[in-house]
Design a protein around this ligand. Structure first.
Ligand SMILES: [Zn+2]
Length: 291
């Protein structure tokens, strides 16, 4: 295990534990989430060493990297995904009409396929070999690592759909985006939001803590502060309204041992109703541009 001694957002050194969460999908081990006393950023600490972190992704339940349609949650997830994929490309196109797009942590390339169909020159980065292979199989250019991307290649849009919270080399990665994004380009980052009603309701059982795979637990102030360090300005926030339902279903399962569908639906609905502004939803899309 690796202890983090400096806050990944503000570099301060004073933290206090706020939650102990269990890894429900793979290891069943407990992990601690701490809060930075200076900037209020929450992060998992300590975290598994890089060499073993990969082993925490090996599970049948970890569906974001597969296209299998097993089980009720999984089926619902895939149905909603098709709808949200369209909404995602609409959002990108509102900020930049066409060009080259890099989907960082592209998984099996579902989003990139939609980008390609909409006239974007589409590129992906995906470290998971199996997932990347599916993307390449669809004719997409998928890099296994950011370091092998041609230095000359610049992008008009870079997207991370529930990826930034997984990235171990955070500063390196954000510097990479700064270098690779064209001046008028857009950087779009979607992450779970621990200030949402469903997060407050489920506490340590909230599925989007997803320790130890989620290293960082953002809300608007902390992600804005982090990206400011890399000269990105927040220009828009958008809610992800389906996430509260999906996350509540998983959280019910973690909390009670079975999915109480009605409870999950009600909690998801309450979360969306109580979120008065886009940054209060279960998951939030942050749109950044270069300062
Ligand atoms: Zn801090």
């Amino acid at each position: 295990m690796i202890s983090i001694n400096n806050c990944p957002v503000c570099n301060a050194t004073s933290f206090k534990p706020v939650l102990t969460c269990k890894d429900y999908t793979v290891s069943k081990e407990d992990f601690t989430i701490v809060v930075c006393q200076s900037c209020d950023f929450k992060f998992t600490n300590p975290i598994p060493a890089n060499e073993i972190l990969g082993s925490y992704y090996k599970s049948e339940d970890y569906i974001s990297h597969s296209n299998t349609k097993k089980g009720m949650i999984s089926r619902l997830y895939h149905a909603v995904r098709n709808y949200t994929l369209k909404k995602k490309i609409q959002l990108v196109s509102m900020h930049v009409s066409r060009g080259r797009i890099l989907d960082y942590g592209c998984g099996t390339g579902m989003f990139l396929k939609v980008c390609q169909d909409n006239g974007w020159k589409s590129f992906g980065m995906e470290p998971d070999e199996g997932a990347a292979k599916i993307g390449s199989g669809m004719g997409l250019t998928v890099f296994s690592n950011k370091t092998i991307i041609n230095p000359e290649l610049k992008f008009d849009a870079i997207t991370l759909w529930h990826v930034l919270e997984h990235v171990t080399d955070l500063d390196d990665t954000l510097n990479f985006f700064k270098a690779k994004l064209n001046p008028n380009g857009v950087l779009i980052i979607a992450v779970p939001n621990h200030t949402s009603f469903d997060a407050q309701y489920y506490k340590e059982f909230w599925a989007a803590y997803d320790v130890p795979r989620h290293l960082y637990h953002f809300h608007k102030e902390t992600i804005e502060k982090l990206l400011e360090r890399f000269d990105f300005n927040l220009v828009e926030t958008k809610p992800m309204k389906f996430d509260s339902f999906y996350v509540s279903m998983l959280s019910e399962k973690y909390k009670t041992g079975s999915i109480k569908y009605l409870n999950a639906f009600i909690t998801g609905l309450r979360s969306n109703i109580k979120a008065k502004t886009p940054d209060n939803y279960s998951s939030v899309i942050y749109v950044f541009k270069k300062a």
